[in-house]
Ligand binder design. Structure first.
Ligand code: SF4
Length: 214
């Protein structure tokens, strides 16, 4: 399930403690790994700093694209659907040169799922907009074009994690991340005005359609 659309699930997560912190799968770039297509962390290494600093939170990083394609690499994007459609064989993943990366991207997603199961993760915080890790908004076709198109949908790794019953939240879901932080730190008061990615004015204006995996 996408946690941003099912906040009641947050209350059902077990009580985290310093001795038994939540085991959380995180996108490698969110953990500061230099695993982006360009060999950087996209500047995301600080995005979860508040959560990672808590003794009740244990980050377990993985990068499905680096695992399957190496770093640096060309830019994968989904054509003809989202990650669920890729897994079902209805959509494909190509880079900006038109090379078909579908098989490799599915391999990377399967490796991420295997890692998540081995580590017995309890939820996942993943980088939005990625053809692998996206969960709220992803590109609709190649992003390296004069006018980039977007769609609501999930990346291929997210699709497999959701299918396996692992709850996913993106780094842009600020309302949900604040609610999670309140479970991790009883002294923390979530702000009233925090918004998830689908509640952001840009998303409401440009992508008003309901999320197909919500
Ligand atoms: S595949 Fe996921 S972990 Fe790897 S760079 Fe892209 S968003 Fe980050």
């Amino acid at each position: 399930m996408l946690l941003a659309y099912h906040p009641a699930l947050i209350d059902r997560l077990r009580e985290p403690t310093a001795a038994e912190p939540w085991r959380v799968l995180v996108s490698g770039c969110l953990a500061g790994w230099s695993c982006g297509v360009d060999g950087s962390d996209y500047g995301l290494g600080v995005a979860l700093a508040d959560l990672v600093a808590l003794p009740t939170f244990r980050a377990l990083p993985f990068c499905p694209e680096q695992h399957a394609l190496g770093t640096p690499r060309t830019m994968p994007d989904i054509h003809g659907g989202d990650g669920v459609d890729v897994v079902a064989g209805r959509a494909r993943i190509e880079d900006e040169h038109g090379a078909d990366l579908t098989r490799k991207m599915v391999e990377g997603a399967q490796a991420m799922l295997a890692f998540a199961k081995e580590a017995r993760v309890e939820l996942a915080v993943l980088t939005d907009a990625s053809a692998a890790c996206g969960s709220q908004v992803i590109s609709d076709g190649c992003r390296l074009v004069p006018v980039r198109r977007h769609q609501k949908g999930v990346g291929v790794a997210t699709a497999l994690l959701l299918e396996a019953g692992i709850a996913v939240v993106s780094q842009r879901d600020f309302r949900t991340l604040a609610l999670l932080r309140a479970r991790l730190d009883s002294s923390y008061q979530p702000p009233d005005d925090a918004r998830d990615h689908h509640e952001h004015p840009w998303t409401l204006e440009h992508l008003p359609r309901r999320h197909p995996r919500a």
